[in-house]
Design a protein around this ligand. Structure first.
Ligand code: GLU
Length: 502
């Protein structure tokens, strides 16, 4: 049995990073991990790097990167190096570093820790089926692990596409230290021969992530717990290159109230939502700072003065007092009721003038009011009726009565199912009237819901009524994050109601 024990990096100037993938709206989890990295760097005079991991071209969303920057800045987080600010180890967008990964793939091929795999998708599927039939865990069967030179050369001469796989030792184990958990040991027999370079010349997450963390001199990888199962592969990669590895810290996952991993079904997870719905950035960052218990518990004096007080702190206070090593592993609960309470505390503490400014910068901004006014100019007789037609765009929530949302010839049950399908379609649709119209009509045709029923239902959920300004235009102005939140809240509320009736 071979055994390896990972060695901690030498004392070096602290450098940490977050590495979000631009695949959609910026996620509260990114802000949480960003906050911890930011605090860790600022407390130690270190550098905080933002790297964009955009090698998964299938999930790439062009607007996402800017949205990530904007959301993190909104929360008061700043970084020292990144695609927007530059820095000595750029480029900081992985799609601009493909040559670097190719060179590193070649290093591993040359030193025998990786190999070219010419298996086709069909070969792999057939192997998978055989393994499933034999009740074995599906994994790469090793077909190309030890191809002889002549076979490799002839495959290359025929231009057969290939991926590069990591040659994971078949025996032994490796132990690494997780700074919150202590030693973690994994058996090599449980690690698959991971693909490092895809046949399109793009690296996988694993190769790009390790190469960049090394070349960007990252000393501490502080990331979400969901990546811990990847860390064994990363450790093996560091060893394959002969590099020292960083310290690893895997932060507990944020959880829904029911303790499941945080999900958009149960909580809004888009930072865009919180901003547009009128949460103050100080409240959101404070709330994230409460997750996991990195702030010291209230002292007896603080408790006497009201324990709640000690739950309210600024980013600067976090930099002074937060202890990353004290973070508890039990999944912190992302409790929206608590966040709303915190937000109300922050709102109350504003001066009247600052409160008014906060309204004017968000739910009553010039831009928003201007957009809304275009919807209703031809529909009112006096300006005084402005509120009658637009209230639903200024409210946090509306809930239509059943006779409004259930079409005449439908049951509440089937209507609820169809509304869930509308929600699922809208989640993946570009937020323009044309794209939404097309997607909704297609869904209606598939499910034999008339255009009228289809759009009326959506109108009822969005506006609470059967009459509203133009529906799709209203949705565009209200925004994707808030519209989807309204549809989800409708689903949740109706499900709860249905359960209480049972
Ligand atoms: N690209 C990964 C993400 O989307 C980075 C994970 C890591 O920090 O290693 O979160």
């Amino acid at each position: 049995m071979t055994e390896n024990t990972a060695i901690a990096p030498p004392e070096a100037p602290i450098r940490v990073r977050i590495a979000p993938s631009p695949t959609g709206d910026p996620h509260v989890g990114t802000a949480y991990i960003g906050l911890i990295n930011f605090i860790y760097a600022r407390q130690r005079g270190g550098q905080f790097v933002l790297r964009i991991e955009d090698t998964d071209r299938a999930r790439f969303v062009a607007t996402s990167e800017q949205m990530i920057f904007d959301a993190l800045h909104w929360l008061g987080l700043t970084w020292d190096e990144g695609p927007d600010v530059g820095g000595p180890y750029g480029p900081y967008r992985q799609s601009e570093r493909t040559e670097i990964y190719r060179e590193h793939g070649d290093i591993l091929l040359a030193n025998g820790t990786a190999y070219r795999c010419f298996c086709t998708a069909e070969d792999l599927e057939a192997a998978r089926q055989r393994q499933i039939a034999a009740k074995l865990p599906p994994r790469y069967p090793g077909t190309c692990r030890d191809l002889d030179r002549a076979t490799i050369d002839s495959n290359l001469a025929e231009n057969r596409p290939f991926v590069i796989r990591m040659k994971v030792p078949t025996e032994g184990s490796t132990t690494f230290r997780d700074e919150l958990r202590g030693n973690v040991t994994f058996e090599h027999s449980n690690v698959d021969d991971q693909v490092l370079m895809k046949s399109d010349g793009f690296p996988t997450y694993h190769l790009a992530n390790v190469v960049d963390d090394h070349l960007m001199h990252i000393t501490d990888v502080i990331r979400a717990e969901e990546w811990i199962s990847s860390t064994p592969k990363h450790i093996l990669l560091y060893q394959a290159f002969g590099w020292q590895f960083p310290r690893f810290w895997h932060m507990p996952l944020l959880r829904n109230l029911d303790k499941s991993k945080i999900s958009k079904r149960k909580n809004p997870v888009s930072l865009v939502y919180y901003r547009q719905a009128g949460f103050l950035p100080q409240a959101v960052i404070n709330f994230l700072g409460l997750m996991g218990g990195g702030m010291p518990s209230p002292t007896p004096v603080e408790i006497v003065n009201g324990a709640k007080e000690s739950e309210i702190f600024s980013l600067d206070e976090m930099i002074q007092r937060f202890e990353v090593p004290n973070i508890r592993l039990g999944g912190p609960v992302f409790d929206l009721t608590k966040l709303r309470w915190l937000n109300s505390e922050y709102l109350r503490a504003l001066t009247p003038e600052a409160f008014f400014s906060a309204l004017r910068e968000t739910v009553l901004s010039d831009q928003y009011l201007r957009d809304i006014s275009t919807l209703i100019q031809t529909r009112i007789e006096t300006l005084g009726e402005f509120g009658n037609l637009t209230a639903f765009l200024l409210q946090d929530n509306v809930m239509p009565p059943q006779d409004v949302w259930v079409p005449k010839k439908r049951t509440p049950e089937e209507t609820l199912v169809f509304s869930a399908e509308q929600l699922a379609i809208l989640e993946v649709t570009e937020w323009t009237t044309a794209a939404m119209e097309l997607a909704l009509k297609k869904l209606g045709e598939e499910k034999t819901w008339s255009v009228k029923e289809n759009f009326m239902l959506l109108r009822a959920i969005l506006s609470g009524s059967t009459m509203s300004p133009p529906l799709l235009e209203s949705m565009v102005i209200f925004g994707k994050a808030r519209t989807l939140d309204r549809l989800r809240r409708f689903q949740e509320a109706q499900k709860k109601l249905a359960n209480t009736r049972k």
